[in-house]
Design a protein around this ligand. Structure first.
Ligand code: SF4
Ligand code: SF4
Length: 430
């Protein structure tokens, strides 16, 4: 067994002083086998596996690689984020990432994809078409996929999540590395869905700095549709977005500091964000306490009353462990206090369907979002009324199939919510 690391082949000094190309040329397959042969096959606690954020079975891959079989290493590549923690923990300092890269090189280099070029800003004319359906909830939501790559099974999972929402006629908008990842799929979403900012379409606004176009779309909805003034009026626009616009960010994957900053920017605009499991490393989540009923209220500009409301959205930044959980949370976080009954009914339909499809059960908080029987999905309305009566003690008039008692509040079509005192005073004084 080799005691020392297999040296990394390098270009000759006389060559490399003439350009800025990489000095290391990467392992050959023979080098990779030699390096794998240094593995001790640590028995009880292989540090490579325990230090890996995804507990990838590098020990097993090593034993096969010694025999020249790299199948398992190639599978590992799909989930490896090249963080190098396994190398640092390995008692032999084996160059694990270099082995993974070498054996996957041909596959990686031959990958091609079709993507739609970044289109820039969402046009005012598009906002005029979709502003009302978004605010009324008949377009159930806008899912904004923004963030950095380098996460396990990135391309497949991201496309899978977004396609579920595209089929359900949400607006999907994307940028940066997420936008590129989508294009790397065999038959990419760009080939299957149109590029407008509209229901069932996927709009790539451009690079990650083009995220500002996504925030701008939210701001434009408040300005063009609700005539909220733009000048020095960020609070009112964010308050409008939080209470009315069912937009949610998705930053799937390992998450970089830049992506965390983007998520925070969306949060400040009243837009919740669902992150991948690694978002928890930032030790920050904005999750509301739904059991503290006294905390969930708004002013109502129309009635000049304080109104106790259902807890939605109940989080601004949260981590999802799996793509299934992410899908359910995305649908849930599209709920807004000012939803019309039709909008709420459509959003609840997606929320409940996704929960049953991917988690195998109805969510345990769905009853909190019901204000009237009209909020319930039409297809399963009677079943849900029974659950409300039997499990939550609500009173139901079965002749009229109406809820008599139980919800946090009733439905009021003119409800005009704000959580900002100055805005309430601006529209109610005098
Ligand atoms: S920690 Fe290093 S030596 Fe031990 S099994 Fe993993 S790769 Fe092999
Ligand atoms: S480099 Fe890859 S295999 Fe190693 S710890 Fe990081 S994710 Fe795991």
């Amino acid at each position: 067994m080799r005691k020392y690391k297999t040296p990394m082949p390098e270009r000759k000094p006389e060559e490399r002083i003439r350009d800025f190309q990489e000095v290391a040329t990467g392992y050959t397959l023979e080098d990779a086998i030699l390096e794998a042969s240094r593995c001790l096959q640590c028995k009880n606690k292989p540090e490579c596996v325990f230090s890996c954020p995804h507990n990838l079975r590098i020990d097993l891959a090593m034993s096969e690689a010694k025999r020249g079989d790299f199948t398992r290493f190639r599978e590992i590549e799909a989930s490896c984020i090249a963080c190098g923690k396994c190398e640092q923990a390995c008692p032999r300092s084996i160059r694990i990432v270099d082995i993974i890269m070498k054996v996957s090189y041909d596959n990686l280099i031959s990958k091609t994809g079709k993507m739609r070029a970044g289109r820039g800003a969402v046009q005012d004319t598009e906002i005029r078409n979709v502003g009302q359906p978004i605010v009324m909830g008949t377009i159930p939501g806008v899912i904004a996929a923004v963030g950095c790559p380098n996460y396990p099974k990135e391309r497949e999972e991201l496309s899978e999540i977004l396609e579920e929402f595209l089929k359900r006629k949400f607006i999907v908008v994307t940028s940066g590395c997420h936008a590129m990842d989508i294009g790397m799929q065999e038959e990419s979403l760009y080939e299957k869905y149109p590029g407008k900012f509209d229901a069932g379409c996927i709009a790539n606004v451009g690079s990650c700095v083009a995220n500002s176009h996504i925030s701008a779309a939210v701001i434009k909805i408040a300005n063009i549709f609700a005539l909220k003034p733009l000048r020095a009026n960020y609070t009112e626009i964010a308050d409008y977005a939080l209470n009315r616009i069912g937009a949610v960010g998705l930053a799937w994957g390992a998450y970089s500091q830049k992506a965390a900053a983007i998520a925070t920017g969306f949060n400040r605009l009243g837009v919740p964000v669902v992150g991948g499991p690694h978002v928890s490393k930032y030790c920050r989540a904005y999750i509301g306490k739904i059991w503290k009923k006294e905390k969930w209220w708004t002013y109502d500009v129309k009635t000049k009353q304080k109104v106790y409301i259902e807890p939605c959205p109940d989080a601004l930044l949260l981590a999802a462990e799996t793509k299934e959980e992410a899908m359910v949370q995305l649908a849930r976080l599209c709920l807004r206090p000012a939803d019309t009954y039709l909008g709420r009914q459509i959003k609840m339909t997606h929320y409940l369907e996704l929960s049953e499809k991917y988690l195998g059960t109805l969510p345990d908080d769905w009853h909190l979002y019901i204000r009237t029987e009209a909020d319930l999905p039409l297809k399963i309305r009677e079943d849900l009324l029974k659950v409300l009566e039997e499990e939550h003690g609500w009173k139901i008039d079965w002749n009229k199939k109406k809820i008599i008692e139980g919800p946090i509040r009733g439905y009021d079509a003119g409800y005009n919510p704000t959580i900002v005192e100055e805005i309430y005073e601006k529209y109610t004084s005098g």
